[in-house]
Design a protein around this ligand. Structure first.
Ligand SMILES: [Cu+2]
Length: 167
């Protein structure tokens, strides 16, 4: 009985707040090129003066051949890099993915807070909630595709702070 009530409360909670718990769910869009599906690219608004912004998305390879995200560009930033988080002792640091990001056949690679992410470096202007950051993803085999990162409110599952950066 208690379990049942708990389950009901949880279900209600999800019903009411579910969409808030999944950043980008409301506005972010999916993109497709060849057998690659790029789901809901999203970003986070940047505080005044910040020079870097982040980007997240899910990439699924529905094909039979591995592909690799080898580069990104954006008119919103001078440079767009792909980073991973690595432990250095007790500290988490960012590390550039020098060889890009491989997506094996049937695999989904998720870029998410505390993990792999896109780094928009040297922003032309702060990222504002509701904006869409245009970006071109370049895949080794599939080629280039234009996507848009939906910018969520500042503080949304805030990723590691820029201070943790080591470029
Ligand atoms: Cu980074």
């Amino acid at each position: 009985m208690i379990n049942l009530r708990r389950a009901t409360v949880l279900a209600l909670f999800h019903l009411l707040f579910g969409s808030l718990l999944v950043p980008g769910a409301a506005r972010a869009t999916d993109f497709r090129i060849g057998s690659l599906r790029i789901e809901q690219p999203w970003s986070v608004a940047t505080p005044k003066g910040a020079k870097v912004g982040v980007g997240y998305m899910k990439i699924t390879n529905e094909g039979a051949q591995a592909d690799r995200l080898i580069g990104m560009t954006s008119p919103a930033a001078r440079k767009v890099a792909m980073h991973d988080m690595v432990h250095e002792g007790d500290v988490m640091r960012m590390r550039q993915l020098e060889n890009g990001l491989e997506i094996k056949p049937g695999e989904t690679v998720e870029l998410a807070p505390q993990g792999k992410h896109v780094m928009f470096e040297d922003l032309a202007a702060p990222l504002t909630e509701g904006d869409r950051v245009k970006s071109t993803l370049m895949f080794e085999k599939a080629g280039g595709i234009d996507v848009e990162f939906a910018v969520e409110a500042l503080g949304t599952k805030m990723p590691a702070m820029p201070a943790m950066h080591k470029h």
